[in-house]
Design a protein around this ligand. Sequence first.
Ligand code: PEP
Ligand code: CO
Length: 448
Amino acid sequence: MSTSNWSKSSWKAFPAMQQPDWPDLELYKGTLNEIESLPPLVFAGEIRSLRQQLAAAAQGKAFLLQGGDCAEEFNQCTAPTIRETLKVILQMAVVMTYGGERPVVKVGRIAGQYAKPRSKPTEMVNGQELPSFRGDLINSAEPTLAGRTPDVKKLLSGYFYSASTLNLLRAFTRGGYASLEEVHSWNKEFVKNSKAGKSYEKMATDIEKALKFMNVIGLNLDSNPQLKEVDFYTSHEALLLGYEEALTRQDTLTNKWYDCSAHMLWIGDRTRQLDGAHIEFFRGINNPIGVKIGPNHSMDEVKKMLSILNPNNEWGRITLITRFGKDQIQDYLPGLVRGVEEEGQRVLWSCDPMHGNTYVSGSKYKTRKVEDILSEIRSFFAIHKAEGTVAGGVHFELTGKDVTECVGGAQQISDGQLEENYATSCDPRLNAQQSLELAFLIAEILKG
Ligand code: PEP
Ligand code: CO
């Protein structure tokens, strides 16, 4: 990869969007120095494995499932919350693996998804203009001037909350909690006990048969301890470049630079300016990179961006995460796919069916309809099929909890029910049942 004139701080010479105004710059620099001296959160070898798996997904030999909170919260860094998120992603993955007959690459929006881009720097709360909440890495959601003032201590806390989350994820995914049989037994419960699950009895029974067959031929936990383990990767939007720089390290095995705050990082739809600091930072790190693409893009800009970020045109380097909305995907995705194909640029196509389908219900709750989310997913698969390209992944905002933030689905959550358990600090998430329901539907689409 050409990284001429790049260093982990070269982004500073470019305009950086969405960065907070830290009140005390000396304190800010001191805190970043402290983070720089702390151990990396992930290891470069793991990042390389993920890149290989994403390369397979881009070529139709695997499928990417990426999901988690819109914004993680420090006070939700608890064992039950982490366990429930991991659990629902693993459940979805088993169903989709079976349906798609290919491995599912599991990537959480977790262990560092603490910084949020905002459409406006300030907002009016009870007649007072306050800085917007930018995520727990920066300020507090509490609507007071003190709460909303950026606080550098939160950068350091964010590092430790990420480490603590990652530690439990590693324990769960290596220690037997996530064994295939265990995950399947959770799915059986979902099929048996939920309205949403009822339609999927047949697929659950088929999976059960496959597992029994494996057992009979001696492929079980005793003979193959690796069935107790799963690969689970972390990701977040790399928004705060100072923080990301502090965790960017040179790998001693390959001498390459990796942002070791997570395995995969993505660039948001609001920060992918060609001459901006985010693109400059990302071009030099060797992690797999996601780029969000919404309706507001030009083909020319996307082509240039891909040649900057992936000059050697390597599989697995870039995941384009499209988020057009169910009504706009047909207008934008075919053109985007053709433009990228024309250049022969190698990307993994993933669908974020969340961010283009948000609306405000009753002037109070931001929400999304499960039906709209499914509609965008169906169009995504249909368009890639028509274009002869690979629909290689999906990207969800979800939680393992029983929240009421998105409407519809088999549970038929209504707009009036949103207030019952609306817990997100940012965008509305699918709850566990809605997530599983979508996983079964995607499995059916993958099956053809
Ligand atoms: C997000 O993924 O939470 C987000 C802000 O997305 P986008 O950049 O696509 O708007
Ligand atoms: Co969001």
